[in-house]
Design a protein around this ligand. Structure first.
Ligand code: SIN
Ligand code: CO
Length: 395
């Protein structure tokens, strides 16, 4: 299941990126041949009842079906008893971030290594009985829609519908009009790639599960405000506005063009270095969501005990609540784990790249790297802090 999928017609990942990524939809039939869903509909319903897991229920005809076409959105966690009351058709249950709780789904993300991992957001799963759907809509993000169970008919439109009317009076953004341009029936293992802004509508043809591998693209305005906050905290100049060149103004009530020019210079000459951008961006994109803090090991291991367990063959995995990324700074390497930055000597570059490139590690892959005490100490510390775990740990 963790093997990378094949694109149609022998296309490679490079060609996919050049021709399809962020550009046009692509149907990938049998992307994962004989795909077996790691989650059953009952397990998905169970997750939707849990506190701390984000879930939504979308009913096309309301709970009591008395008002057809009256879309209704409910947020989890749900009471188990609700599921017995649901109609037989026309609804969809969505559970967000399932890769954090199901290791096989975290492993599925390894098939998307051709996209930088900081761009990956989450895997969402949807369960719908026959005719269930979330309505025609568009997303601002790239998505791979992998059919996990049953069949779903996907209809799309690449027309510009950014200003289109939405169904009024509901919390959901459902397109009031949707002109179908292309459609496909997806079976388990089939996958549809959609770039941002392509309107889509998936309707279950029978009991259906879909895994959405969703990507993140930070809003530019959020990036700018976050960077300004970072600079303000880290090292914005403390000097004040100065105007030793002030000349007599005819209108004291006026803010002069010269004053505005001074202010413009303060703004545009902010002392921003490439290093600032690197340090800030790595921290921002690896930050954990609130409530996603890892638990440190209650009984931390010494470096020797940790290495002993690793070398005895236990697989070491990343806790999916923590995001990892690194940036090469030539003489040093920046490691970001769950929003925390640490700078290491470039002698540790190979170890840090391996740590960030892979979700799971074996001592065989690390054998030469374990000769370095620094590498061992780093792995052991990340383990004790809860960012890594052994597969035999209670997790
Ligand atoms: C679905 O799984 O049916 C909805 C996913 C989406 O449209 O983004
Ligand atoms: Co969508």
């Amino acid at each position: 299941m963790s093997a990378p999928f094949s694109f149609p017609g022998g296309m490679g990942a490079e060609q996919f990126l050049a021709e399809y990524w962020q550009k046009k939809p692509l149907l990938i039939k049998a992307a994962f041949p004989a795909f077996e869903t790691p989650l059953s509909p009952d397990e998905i319903a169970g997750m939707a009842c849990e506190e701390g897991i984000e879930s939504r229920l979308i009913l096309e005809q309301g709970l009591d079906k008395c008002e057809p076409q009256k879309w209704q959105l409910m947020h989890g966690p749900f009471d188990e008893a609700l599921f017995a009351e649901l109609p037989e058709s026309h609804w969809a249950l969505l559970v967000q971030e399932v890769h954090k709780y199901v290791p096989q789904l975290a492993q599925l993300l390894e098939s998307f290594r051709f996209i930088p991992s900081w761009r990956i957001d989450d895997i969402m799963v949807s369960y719908s009985p026959v005719d269930g759907s979330v309505g025609p809509h568009l997303d601002q993000y790239d998505v791979f829609l992998l059919q996990g169970l049953g069949r779903k008919r996907w209809q799309i439109s690449t027309a510009d519908v950014s200003d289109a009317a939405m169904v009024p009076g509901i919390e959901l953004q459902i397109l009031a009009q949707f002109e179908v341009e292309q459609q496909w029936e997806l079976e388990p293992g089939d996958m549809l790639y959609l770039p941002p802004g392509v309107a889509h509508h998936g309707v279950a043809l029978d009991d259906s599960l879909t895994y959405s591998i969703g990507f993140r693209a930070p809003a530019e305005r959020d990036l700018i405000t976050s960077f300004i906050d970072y600079l303000a905290d880290e090292r914005l100049p403390v000097s004040h506005y100065r105007d030793p060149d002030l000349t007599l103004q005819q209108h004291p009530g006026e803010i002069s063009a010269t004053a505005l020019q001074h202010v413009r210079e303060i703004i545009t000459h902010m002392p921003v270095t490439d290093e600032d951008i690197a340090r800030w961006f790595g921290q921002v994109v690896t930050e954990s969501k609130s409530g996603d803090q890892v638990e440190p090991q209650s009984q931390p291991l010494s470096v020797a005990d940790f290495v002993g367990r690793f070398q005895q063959g236990e697989k070491l995995s990343r806790c999916e609540l923590s995001r990892f990324a690194c940036i090469d700074q030539q003489t040093t390497v920046l490691l970001f784990v769950a929003g925390q930055l640490e700078e290491f000597n470039s002698a540790m570059k190979t170890a840090i790249y391996l740590l960030c490139d892979q979700r799971a590690h074996t001592a065989t892959e690390w054998s030469e790297l374990l000769v370095s005490n620094d590498n061992c100490a780093l792995l052991c510390r990340l383990y004790n802090e809860g960012h890594l775990y052994f597969e035999n740990d209670q997790h």
